[in-house]
Design a protein around this ligand. Sequence first.
Ligand SMILES: N[C@@H](CCC(=O)N[C@@H](CS)C(=O)NCC(=O)O)C(=O)O
Length: 256
Amino acid sequence: MQLYDSAFSPFARKVRMVLEHKGLPFEAVDGLLKSSHAALQAVNGRVEVPVLVDGDITVVNSADIVAYLEFRYPDNPVYPPGPAARVHARAWERTADTLIDAVFVNLSYWKLLDRHDAMPAGLMEKARADMGLVYAALERDLAGREFVCGALSIADIALFPHIASGRFMGVEFDKDAHPNLVRWFGAMRRLAICIDDQRRARDYIAAIETHDLERTRIFWRGDRIEWMLARGFHDWFFTEIAEGRVLWPGPSVPRG
Ligand SMILES: N[C@@H](CCC(=O)N[C@@H](CS)C(=O)NCC(=O)O)C(=O)O
């Protein structure tokens, strides 16, 4: 299998951790390098990672890739067995992919890209308010449980890359108010798939200047735009468009 990957992308990190949890061999290609653009576009018209190529099957969109892997390679499952727990695990994966990703990635632009402006006033406060809701719900779900849905599942794997960057992004959870989350985070950080993920992400960010990445224009799509507009930062966003600092996904249709 070939994974169009990036240690920069929480979606690619999720899929890579699922592959490793399942013990499946794969070759990783850094899909976000400018030099990979044409190859990535050939397998995903949106020009986004992750993409999984498994023989003659190409799968895009991280949640679809995880569902494909679970169906095709059911050993070491990442979906809980019972219907209610499965629905709940998918709900957490969706929250990680839509809300939490939007909060963290939108904050990351002022940490990791070449920007000459300050973060818009009030953005950090909006981010902290939304993450407060997430942390409270996690604290509730982790009461009396080792992992979010009982056994380790896609919920934990999807959440981990985000929660692990909380301190760096300035939206860390309060340890005193969230003892269950502290315990969960400690257990996650001891898992081999998480140790390897953290090392890759740390090494990538430490050497960010050396990677052939787009770091002046921001690639925008659905949920991240929605969060920016819904939290009131439309003036900032439309100025970004007017001043040419945006990139958009390409059109994508299913392959024949
Ligand atoms: N819904 C997609 C979202 C994937 C996505 O947003 N990928 C980003 C990286 S996190 C990307 O490839 N952006 C293109 C770019 O930055 O050039 C999924 O779940 O796989």
